[in-house]
Design a protein around this ligand. Sequence first.
Ligand SMILES: C[S@@+](CC[C@H](N)C(=O)[O-])C[C@H]1O[C@@H](n2cnc3c(N)ncnc32)[C@H](O)[C@@H]1O
Length: 244
Amino acid sequence: VAQNVYDDPEFFAAYARLDRSVHGLDGAPEWPTLRAMLPAPAGLRVVDLGCGYGWACRWAAEEGAASVLGLDLSEQMLARARTDTPQGMRITYRRADLDHVELDAGAFDVAYSSLALHYLTDLPRLLGVVHAALVPGASFVFSVEHPLRTAPSHPAFVDGPDGTPVWPLDRYLVERPVTVDWLAPGVVKQHRTIATYVTGLLDAGFALERLVEFRPSDEQLAARPDWAEELDRPSFLLVAARRA
Ligand SMILES: C[S@@+](CC[C@H](N)C(=O)[O-])C[C@H]1O[C@@H](n2cnc3c(N)ncnc32)[C@H](O)[C@@H]1O
């Protein structure tokens, strides 16, 4: 059973204070890179898996998507998405657990997911459902928390021998649920290797098109020097695949 920590009041309040919650896509440093991996949504039927506040749903609708379906487990995230979405946009929000979701065959031209799939316990099932829900040639573009972040048994920078902070990588090949204190105690994520994401896609029948370990641009680093830690330990794995 999925954890649904986004409906926990303490977590939800803390999430609302994140840059990406306040500023939306402009507050997500990886968004320009992810957007460039997406097809232009004009005229396409889009599904957003784990849509959260619906920022990407509204972007796709504004870009002329024929329809957008935003799915999320959290009632509170969906309530916020509905509040923030102007009347008349071609967006439907629906509550769904991505570990159990059913989608109609061939119902979508693009599937998108930002930072949700690392919560799922049954990734192969979801990949199969998405594959069947896409028309041949359609794109599946997603981001997940980078496995270098979810692997360590103690995921926090420590002082290295010369006092420089280092990321204590261990347990990389041990796939497992990991429990972290992030915005609230006891948040459960699923640690998987990069190879598992890639072979999962290939096994489901996707062709891999692009895989990006997000690095902030020099301009972003000049504006946000604190993002330099991304060079030691990337936070975002971005993937573009196509239904063969
Ligand atoms: C980090 S937020 C990202 C939200 C949005 N995609 C974005 O990038 O702004 C992760 C989202 O995944 C949703 N989520 C987590 N587990 C889920 C599941 N099993 N089924 C559906 N949604 C889930 C959460 O409720 C949350 O809205």
